[in-house]
Design a protein around this ligand. Structure first.
Ligand SMILES: Nc1ncnc2c1ncn2[C@@H]1O[C@H](COP(=O)(O)OP(=O)(O)OP(=O)(O)O)[C@@H](O)[C@H]1O
Ligand SMILES: [Mg+2]
Length: 336
């Protein structure tokens, strides 16, 4: 297990009219690795998965799976299963029928196919829904049917396009854990697209941050979080996003720099050097997010304890953790 499914992407380019969806992307996904792909809407995430799956043609560049150039191999001959953003189930087949479909195409014997389909359904909590049609189950359930269907293909590579997006919070949390366990069991190479901060941080061995068709940073999630390569990544990974102060202003620094500090690295401290007025307090139960403004007008978001006692209209003082300041070049946005 884990030896199949190494993906190598070489200067992959795809545009639609004047939109460059992927711009000379190089990327390597190791055999057995779970990589998460994050980026704003329209940054090229689905395009990347479609190209790996063979559902779309690259304009330039190559895709190799286990060292073999698959760029011209049709989708059904690639050992790749994709779960789409919009699930794409067959509406005229029941849940069971949807699960069996791919197995029938591959001429798996009827009783064996049914055994495997039921076991995948069991695994994803769908056992009671097998006789229903896709429009008779919820969005989250449809998504799990799509996942189960992908599982049944036993591919070398899974491509998951926001497979948990329509689940509610508790189910999402549970399914995230299931997905991780599943990946550990199967050891299949997986590329997982997500918008969710927690998924980006917890799910993958590495995370790739995409922006306008380019990979801005690739690395273990904690490393990308701790040392974002540029202001885009700093602003994208983390919620609420990092405070970015041009020139550094009250954080110190100089005109050629942008200083960054994460909300959790601004500490409420009555002796702190920065005085702010509190515009709003978002009490989230487990913590409070303070939206504040310093005397020079700089807006700073602060992550504070749930019962920190600060109210809108209050004045407070902040101490930035000096070890956790980020320096970026004002011109290029790159980390310095
Ligand atoms: N078939 C198509 N025809 C024209 N433009 C397309 C097509 N597919 C994608 N695009 C454009 O390419 C860019 C990248 O699209 P893509 O679907 O890869 O984004 P995404 O990162 O998956 O976004 P989202 O998070 O919204 O799903 C977008 O600007 C999109 O409008
Ligand atoms: Mg998409």
């Amino acid at each position: 297990m884990g030896e199949r499914g190494a993906i190598r992407i070489e200067s992959l380019t795809r545009s639609y009219g004047r939109v460059v969806a992927l711009d000379a992307v190089d990327l390597e996904v190791r055999a057995g690795e779970l990589m998460t792909l994050v980026g704003p809407s329209g940054s090229g995430k689905s395009t990347m998965l479609r190209l790996i799956a063979g559902l779309d043609r690259p304009e330039r560049g190559r895709i190799l799976v286990d060292g073999q150039d698959v760029s011209r191999v049709p989708p059904h001959r690639r050992s790749v299963a994709m779960v789409f953003q919009d699930y794409a189930l067959y509406p005229h087949l029941t849940v069971l029928g949807n699960l069996l479909f791919g197995l029938r195409v591959r001429r798996v014997r009827r009783d064996e196919a049914e055994r495997r389909a039921r076991s995948a359904a069991e695994r994803l909590g769908l056992a009671d829904l097998l006789d229903r049609y896709p429009d008779q189950v919820s969005g989250g359930q449809r998504q799990r049917v799509a996942l189960a269907r992908a599982l049944l293909r036993e591919p070398a590579v899974y491509l998951l396009d926001e497979p948990l997006a329509s689940l509610d919070a508790p189910l999402r949390f549970a399914t995230r854990a299931d997905l991780l366990a599943l990946h550990r069991d199967l050891g299949s190479t997986t590329v997982h697209v997500t918008h969710d901060q927690a998924e980006a941080m917890t799910l993958g061995d590495r995370v790739a941050v995409l922006d306008r068709g380019r990979i801005r940073q690739l690395g273990p999630p904690q490393q990308v979080y701790d040392e974002p390569a540029d202001t885009f990544v700093a602003g994208f990974l983390g919620s609420p996003p990092m405070n970015l102060v041009p020139g550094g202003g009250l954080l110190g620094g100089s005109p050629g720099l942008i200083l960054g500090v994460r909300p959790e690295d601004l500490i409420l401290d009555s002796d702190g050097p920065i005085e702010v007025s509190v515009d709003a307090v978002e009490a989230l139960g487990s913590e409070s997010i303070l939206l504040t403004r310093a005397t020079d007008g700089t807006r700073l978001t602060v992550r504070a304890a749930a019962r920190c006692g600060v109210r809108p209209g209050d004045t407070a003082r902040l101490r930035p953790d000096p070890a956790r300041l980020h320096h970026f070049d004002a011109e290029t946005g790159r980390r310095r």
